[in-house]
Design a binder for this molecule. Structure first.
Ligand code: ZN
Length: 253
């Protein structure tokens, strides 16, 4: 088992400590953090890494996305999630565009193809395609970084988050592990949170903070050890969605 994020390793400060010297991003981050706490995220699940705000270890939150999290239509927990989904009346084709550096890692590249197939095999209200290609309503750049982790972000404005970042250390793992990581990060870009968000049980269950605004998709259990959207995963991951991941995807899209 290994932690999902390499970004933590390069963390330059604790909560509310920005890395940059420019005052404006710092104020922006303070608003993002304030919005996240108001939206129900435990303070200890929020971190600032290289000037950007992350929750759940690997999901970056923009100012716009954090504001949308507060736009709860009827005060229900589900509504919170709904506001951070992709609007499939606009976005019917999501193109994932690997950088040339990403493409030099064969297992990352294979993992991307398999991750796209994972989504497309479900007949959802959008399709994914590997770029460069045409007819894209939204684009996600797949870039490489050091380490064996991954990171992404949540949708805003009805569009998926625009970047997934995958550690080149995954080249040493199986294609299935690469498929798992990339499918997981793409899951964040379309609005998925961690299945074990409030206790990170897949990472050892040492975070506590259970019961604060947990958002459950109807038809799914409160925990799912097989979920591809757990915080951490084993190197023996299959790269395939769990039964309840599929329920959740079909419910949302
Ligand atoms: Zn994640």
């Amino acid at each position: 088992m290994f932690k999902r994020t390499a970004v933590l390793v390069v963390s330059c400060g604790a909560l509310l400590t920005a890395c940059g010297t420019d005052a404006d991003p710092r104020l922006e981050n303070e608003e993002i953090i304030s919005n996240l706490i108001e939206a129900g995220y435990p303070a200890d699940s929020i971190m600032v890494v290289e000037g950007a705000v992350y929750v759940e270890r690997d999901a970056q939150v923009s100012l716009e996305a954090s504001r949308e999290m507060l736009q709860r239509g009827e005060g229900s927990a589900e509504q919170y999630r709904t506001n951070n989904l992709v609007d499939t009346t606009i976005v019917k084709k999501i193109c994932i565009n690997p950088t040339s550096a990403f493409n030099t890692y064969s297992r990352l590249s294979q993992g991307l193809d398999l991750a796209i197939q994972n989504y497309n095999s479900l007949g959802l209200s959008f399709v994914m395609a590997r770029g460069p290609t045409t007819g894209c309503n939204a684009n996600i750049t797949a870039q490489a970084t050091s380490g064996a982790g991954g990171s992404a972000g949540f949708p805003s404005g009805g569009r998926p988050y625009g970047t997934i970042t995958i550690g080149t250390g995954l080249q040493s793992y199986s294609v299935d592990a690469n498929e798992h990581m990339i499918t997981h990060e793409l899951g964040h870009t379309i609005g998925f949170r961690h299945t074990d968000f409030f206790n990170a049980a897949s990472c050892g269950g040492n975070e506590g903070s259970a019961g604060v605004g947990a958002i459950l998709i109807p038809g799914t259990p409160t925990s799912d050890p097989s979920s591809l959207m757990n915080s951490c995963f084993r190197a023996t991951a299959t790269g395939e969605f769990s039964q309840y991941d599929i329920v959740a995807l079909n419910y949302l899209y």
